[in-house]
Design a protein around this ligand. Sequence first.
Ligand code: FE2
Length: 380
Amino acid sequence: MSDITQITSEHISAHGLPASVFKDSTTYDMECDKLFAQGWASIGCAQQISKPGDILPIRIAGQSLIAMRNKNGEIGVFHNVCRHKAAPLVDEPCNKRSLVCPYHKWTFKIDGNLLSAPRYFGSENKVMSEEDKADKSLISVRFAVWWDIIFVNIDGKAEPFEDFIRPLDEQLSNYPKDDIHLTSSTDYSGEVNWKLAVDNFLDGYHVPFVHSQACTLDSVLDQQDLFLSDNIVGLHLANGASAKPAKTAKQLPHFNGLAEDKRGTQQWFGIFPNTLFFVDPCWVQTIVIKPMGATQTAETLNIYVVNEEAASEEYAAERETLNAVLNEVNQQDIELLDKLQVTRSNDIANQGHLNAAWDQVNMTFHQMWLKKMTAQANDE
Ligand SMILES: [Fe+2]
């Protein structure tokens, strides 16, 4: 079924989104436009480009972008597209003083302005004027950084980012969000539709079974659902299994000034469409989901410790353990998702039954999807 207007909210409540939307390429093309280009999608994190000249290329939902830090330390996000014949400028993360297009060597400064283009006037050997260059800068992209996550709004018309994120900002107002320190960044990819990766992250029910090394069934029984806005849902464990990943001699220090009653709390969130965000008292992880096609998804898992002391040499072994445990958990999900893609995108999946006790949050993500895809389709 590529006609998404036929999907009903009742079907989603009972069974989730129909199987076809997890493999249909017409639906995928529409998602690239309606959800990713028109929404606030994450692309990476600011500490991945910590030094002036750091450049991070990102491919996501049909877009090729670059995030880079200029010599003043400011971040910019641009289309990774030369202003001559649209060749991509950068393929790999790198540190450079300028960007040279591999096609015809047009050269751009790290702030996006065109520096030079070889023999621009052909046989007439003269230098480009500022006026010649003025309309040939890299095309900038609207962005915001929040909890170190870089969000972009490609079409420039989404609601102000502050309004978009406010409900979650308020939910986390007790946490010192500027004191987080990136400790690892790992890329993954899978033969899976991007929505299954989001759905799985919002599925607290699977955690004790797929990740039994990290969590017990008892520990997830106090799971509370969080419905924060039309874009943000989450899960809350008052007595989360927060000590589990740190199977080391000493525990990583928790957020500075965190209230006593929050020191066992784990919360994790899906920020529509593609940002997965987990806050433990002692660590934070973000997963940026990058759709590459209807059945191809890349993702980047970024892990942070949450105060200066935890980022010091004294805790190097504990950080290593944390990174190993969280990456092991993610690898278990990736292997599961590759298999789930085959069955969940087959029509037989439409006979599945969501479970009222456990599936409200991921079902709400499916309802968000339907609302945004159809409301915007009807506007055309
Ligand atoms: Fe999982």
